[in-house]
Write a protein of this length. Structure first.
Length: 194
């Protein structure tokens, strides 16, 4: 479970069901007798023996599902006569909108989508602000970037590093000044050469 996630689990002889808000990674052993189902309002997510991530923050219009292994079935009633469903395979993600009641499936583009779980970050020519945003989400810290640095980009991979070490590498790589005060990190400098 990621931070700020709540989860309720119930099971009986016919089904294993989860209701939750937030973000969680599930590794499910498939059971034909008792399917594993996540119910998010009108959206139903059912495992077909798999590992997948679900992000459904409280108050958000959308639900994001990322499949890392196996198959996941998403279904939602469009109206009383029609049920829409989508089957996701490894490496795919889908975003469901409660407002429009649509499911949009794509090939996973965000290499850092599961970083909160894995603590592995892969930044390929990522803008410094977008890298900082992902680091803040995962490490629950504040990172301030001086305005001249908004056009800076970073290419680096971090595997299970402490945030202090990650910030030191970024500062050294981009020749920036790093100031640390508790959980607050500040990057300053002249800007980046293209």
């Amino acid at each position: 479970l990621n931070r700020y996630t709540t989860l309720a689990f119930s099971y009986n002889n016919k089904q294993r069901q989860v209701e939750f808000s937030g973000e969680a990674f599930f590794e499910i052993k498939h059971d034909n007798e008792r399917p594993f189902v996540i119910q998010l309002n009108e959206l139903t997510i059912e495992d077909i023996g798999t590992s997948f991530n679900v992000k459904a923050p409280a108050g958000s219009d959308s639900v994001q599902v990322i499949v890392t292994e196996g198959l996941v079935k998403l279904s939602s009633p469009i109206d009383a006569d029609y049920n829409f469903s989508s089957m996701l395979r490894p490496g795919q993600q889908a975003v469901y909108s409660h407002k429009t009641k649509t499911i949009k499936a794509t090939i996973l583009a965000d290499t850092n989508a599961l970083a909160y779980k894995t603590k592995v970050f892969v930044f390929e020519n990522a803008s410094l602000p977008s890298a900082a945003q992902k680091l803040m989400e995962v490490y629950n810290v504040k990172i301030t970037i001086a305005k001249p640095l908004n056009d800076c980009h970073i290419t680096a991979t971090f595997k299970n590093e402490k945030i202090d070490a990650v910030m030191e590498v970024i500062a050294t790589t981009l020749n920036l000044k790093l100031t640390i005060s508790g959980n607050d990190y500040k990057l300053e400098g002249e800007g980046c050469d293209e």
